[in-house]
Design a protein around this ligand. Sequence first.
Ligand SMILES: *[C@@H]1O[C@H](CO)[C@@H](O)[C@H](O)[C@H]1NC(C)=O
Ligand SMILES: *[C@@H]1O[C@H](CO)[C@@H](O)[C@H](O)[C@H]1NC(C)=O
Length: 760
Amino acid sequence: MLLSVHWIGLAAALSCLLTGEVWCDCTEDNVQIEGGHYNLTKGLKTGSLLTYHCPEGYYPYPAQKRVCQLNDMWSQDSTSSKPQKCRVVECPDPKVLMHGIVSPPQERYFVDNETTYQCYSGYTMRGSSRRVCFPNGKWSGSTPICSRDSGNDCADPGIPAGAFRRGNSFRIDDKVKYSCKNGLFLVGSSERTCLENGQWTGTEPACYYKYTYDTPLEVSEAFGGALKASLTTLEPIDDTQEGRKIKISKTDTLNVYIAVDISESIEEKYFIDARDAVVQLITKISSFSVTPNYEILFFSSDVYEVVNIVDFLDGKTQLSTVKADLEKFKIDNRDTAGTDLNLVFMTILERMAFIKQRTGEEGFKEHRHAIILFTDGAYNMGGTPEPTVQKIKNMVYMDQTSRSEKPLREEYLDIYIFAIGALIFDDDLIPLVAGTGGDHYFRMSDIRSLQKTFDEIIDEEEVKGLCGLHKEYDTTKRRENYPWVVFIVIQNEGRVMKCLGSLVTPMFVLTAAHCFTFGDLPQHVTVDIDDMNGRRTKKVKNFFLHPKFNVKAKVNEGVEEFYDYDVALIQLVDYVKISTLARPICIPCTQETSNALKLVGESTCKEQEQLLLKNHLESLTFLTRTNYLVGEKDVHAKLGDNRDECIKHALKAPGITTNDPNIPVTDNFLCTGGLTPFRDHIACTGDSGGAVFKNYEQRTVQIAVVSWGSENLCKGGGVVESTKNSRDFHLNIFRVIPFLKSILGNDQQDDYAPLEFLKN
Ligand SMILES: *[C@@H]1O[C@H](CO)[C@@H](O)[C@H](O)[C@H]1NC(C)=O
Ligand SMILES: *[C@@H]1O[C@H](CO)[C@@H](O)[C@H](O)[C@H]1NC(C)=O
């Protein structure tokens, strides 16, 4: 016995030596967990944090975390001295269903347990009739509700698993109140009121155990929905007045305040993940046309301001430098011992007061504010932030207490809290959230999933009018990487022509004019695009070739087939439904493209061209059909001094007898292909009409249309490399803007919303 005690002591001393500490406070005696493991933030030193980890579907019990205290002892869960073990996750009691049967009836429900729900006769079911208990402590699907038509104004709001509800009358102004059973706490609205429009205020509450977490998908849907709602309300909209469509720009300004807890209650490596997640969030927000002002804070006992919103207002800081500043920020040598959550809100309140002072009372009315806080909620200094949050609310709500104005002002303030960590102080955090329209409180065990969460939040189908927005990472649906690509088939008297095209508005497709032959009619043309309506093949109303396109124009000059102005627009019968799978590409010289390229103020077509075709070799991409929908072909447009060498290879193309390459290859073409300085890919038959494009952050801009090549190296598509002499010629869209504008920008018709082209 003595020996083993001695050995335990020695092992502890050794690990102290190994971590370079001369002083050793706690030991690893009696901290083990059955079925799991633990991690220490500072070895066995005073203040070190011990976090228990269990496999998926289990949670640590009774303690989730322990701290090495000044008395050399690990803190103990006060309620229990039971041995530490991993317990199976439970889901809240589903037997709260009214007017129906839950089977099987059990005392408790564990991970993977299944339940089914049936309504009594005369009642109909909404929600899920079958639910499974998930490893995060939540039931799959949605709350089942059995109700019958009883002339109420609002629908029965149901009772979430684990909850009690007071209130069974659902007429206008009636209230229902929720609470949770023992051992659970409530997230969401504890009280809801039936409104005149038949909707309930707030969001459906849920009952959480201390180990219940939101999955990244749940968070991205909920937070993304709310964020998108604020961002899209700020985007310019099209409106119709006296039969004409006009664009209305919103004057509201969005201020985003991001605060990240870096105190030692947050594990240190979380800091990097949190920082990367913030960068990801800002990148995501930047793909909207709205440009918010940012305040970015890290905090512990002190507040470290990485980005000051006042610098943003003054134009002293830009988005690009924000990201760089974030990446430079290190936590070394900062005092991370305490946590002062109140100081964070006080800092934000000060910044708001400053903005208000700048803009004046009236100007401040047009400022929206979103506060996004990442923390576990453990604070040991500064007191509760609740009074400060109340001051923030008062400032934004502008003391509008009348019933009609208050909800309107409430839309101007959102406080989102991402509660992260093994031990979250929910009771302190939940009262701090604010805002309308969806959840504002998210509970996550791990900050690493946040980046993915933020990546997913805005690529959903509700985001309209963002040309070129696409997913950049591999998804199971390849269309999401190229949501603008369409497949065109023209069938006329036994002749079949296949081309690619690009969706440029919800009703128009851009392709090559040479895909069409004299005598083709709209009914010979089909456009294939999967827009989630299920109907993949779209009917064509009309098509328009560039008026100057004339294949035979230069027969007398030694060019049998001349492809200048090789562009055409196809008008569809119906709008394509915009979603992650189908969305227009950005085309040059439009306002939307300037937004995508973040050109501020009154930008010009020339500025766009200088930004997109700025180098002597510009790296571009086009697509080809493959078994996996499409493959990418990487090419380099040879511009400036490189152009002459490139276009001279056109002379070897069949049907060309002239010695002047400038006759077949006018200034309207971009030249790609060959082996130097890079081996390019080469176009195949069937790639014609496709977009030659460039990605700018999350947005794709079309630069040219695939037109013709000097050699036919491949038929029917595929990713094929160029040979030494093979070259392709793509029609530069910057050269055909008047044609595109005459159709897409036509505001003298009411069939479709016109694109806004730049004046210069
Ligand atoms: C805890 O430590 C183990 C090694 O002991 C490591 O594999 C694991 O990733 C750590 N867990 C967390 C959540 O940091
Ligand atoms: C519910 O889950 C528990 C724990 O995994 C298991 O022992 C029990 O058999 C399950 N009950 C049903 C009906 O599947």
